[in-house]
Design a protein around this ligand. Structure first.
Ligand SMILES: O=C(O)c1ccccc1N[C@@H]1O[C@H](COP(=O)(O)O)[C@@H](O)[C@H]1O
Length: 219
């Protein structure tokens, strides 16, 4: 039995935060990116983070955010992790880590084997990698688009850091995704929503149950 580290991203209401925590997720993601339908204000995020503290790790998702913005999040929300989901260079991760003392997760968009080359640059400084589908052309957001990629590209990779899989994962495909990728971390957003940005407690519970039952794969 392998424990899958499970993150639900883009929570923005008390009801769905409670559902995720009661279902036993390991990480909860709060999105700080105004173009995203899941964007939360600092005050709303501070309240949601207080609900989660001590029950799940709190992840602050940012996209190419400057140091002042990161400092405000750190001060008001006190996340355990910063998730960098833009084109931040490895040096920016190193600076954030020293300045804020948080753990760092770096998202990398994958669509083909050439995208795997970036991994070695980032795994030296990131505490965790997030291997996500590349955003479709024309999308306003670099993640959270509900699209998948060829998970088998990841099979057998010699990763130096823990890694999560993301991109279009839902209760029906997540067991295959775990098996094909070989990763032991899962992150999802769109599939637990009834419409863009609107999370649903029942869909969250179904997704968590699907991941937990997939934990027996290979054991
Ligand atoms: O969720 C968002 O709105 C978002 C915005 C900007 C960058 C990343 C975002 N979400 C991340 O995208 C992946 C996959 O999401 P999905 O399941 O395909 O919807 C996940 O890692 C989220 O953290």
């Amino acid at each position: 039995m392998t424990h899958i580290t499970l993150k639900i991203c883009g929570l923005s209401t008390e009801e769905t935060m409670r559902a995720a925590l009661e279902a036993g997720v390991d990480m909860v993601g709060l999105v700080f990116f105004p173009k995203s339908p899941r964007h939360v204000s600092l005050s709303a995020a501070a309240h949601l983070a207080d609900m989660a503290r001590g029950k799940a790790e709190i992840v602050a998702l940012t996209v190419n955010m400057d140091l002042d913005g990161l400092s405000r999040i750190k001060e008001l929300v006190a996340p355990d992790w910063f998730q960098f989901h833009g084109s931040e260079p490895p040096e920016a991760l190193a600076v954030a880590k020293v300045m804020h003392g948080t753990k760092i997760m770096k998202a990398l968009g994958i669509s083909g084997p050439e995208d795997l080359e970036k991994i070695s640059l980032y795994e030296q400084v990131a505490d965790r990698l997030l291997l996500d589908a590349k955003a479709p052309e024309g999308s306003d957001i670099p993640g959270g688009n509900g699209v998948t990629f060829d998970w088998s590209l990841l099979k057998g990779l010699d990763l130096k850091k823990p890694a999560m899989l993301a991109g279009g994962l839902n209760a029906s495909n997540v067991a295959d995704a775990i098996r094909e990728s070989g990763l032991t971390g899962i992150d999802a957003s769109s599939a637990v929503e009834t419409e863009k940005g609107v999370k649903d407690a029942g869909l969250i519970r179904d997704f968590v149950a699907a991941v937990r039952s997939a934990e027996t794969i290979g054991s």
